[in-house]
Design a protein around this ligand. Sequence first.
Ligand SMILES: [Zn+2]
Length: 224
Amino acid sequence: MRGSVTGLCFPGTCRVCGRVLIGQEKMLCLRCLYDLPRTYHWIFPCHFITEPLSSMPSCTGAISFLFFREESPYRKLLHRFKYGGEKEIGLYMGFLYGKELLRFHTTTEKPVIIPIPMSSFKRRKRGYNQAEWLAAGIALATGWKLDVSAVKRVREKTSQTVYDREGRRENMKNSFIAQSIPYREVLVVDDIITTGATMESCAKAILDTNADIRIGFASLAYVE
Ligand SMILES: [Zn+2]
C-alpha cells in the first residue's frame, strides 16, 4: 500500500479555495498546494517551538508542517479534517509531510510513529482520531512503523481555550499512560501544537515507562 496514497481518488473541489480539481490535482488545486504555508521547521535539526519541551533532555525536537494563521484560508482545510469528517485530508497532508521529513532525516534510526491518542468516548463521538490519519499518511510516505496502541489516553482535557499556558499544563496532567515499548526513538504526531501542553504530558507518560527513549514531535499545524 505504501506510496499509493497519491493514487487514491479525491474527487471534487479544492478543499481550500473551492475550485474544481482538474487533471492530476488531488485534494488541493496546484496553486493551493504550491502556496501551502509550510514552516520548514524540519530543515533545522532539534527545532523547539515550545518552551516545556526544550527543557526535556529526551526530546529531540518539535516541528509543525504548516502555520495556522488566524486569517489564512488554510484554516478551512484543518477544520474540515478535524471536525468535518474529512479524515482523508489528514492522510493526504500526512503523506506530503512525511515526504519532507524523509528527505531531511539524517540519522539511520527510523523513529516509530505514535499518534496522540483519543479517549474511547471521544473517538466514538467523533468517529475517528484525526492524529491517527495524519500519522498513517506520514507512515505511508516514510515507511516508518506506526504504533497506535503504545500510549492510551486516560483522561480527556476540558476545553483548553479558557486557560493560560500554566493552566493548560495543569489541565493536561496525567492524561496519558504508556506501555513499556522496545523502540529507541519515537515520533509523536498530533494535529495542532499550541502551547505544547499535550505533547509534554504525553512525553512524560512515555518516559515514565521508557527512561532511555528519545522523543520527537510532529504536528500538522502550529498556531502562531
Ligand atoms: Zn485551491
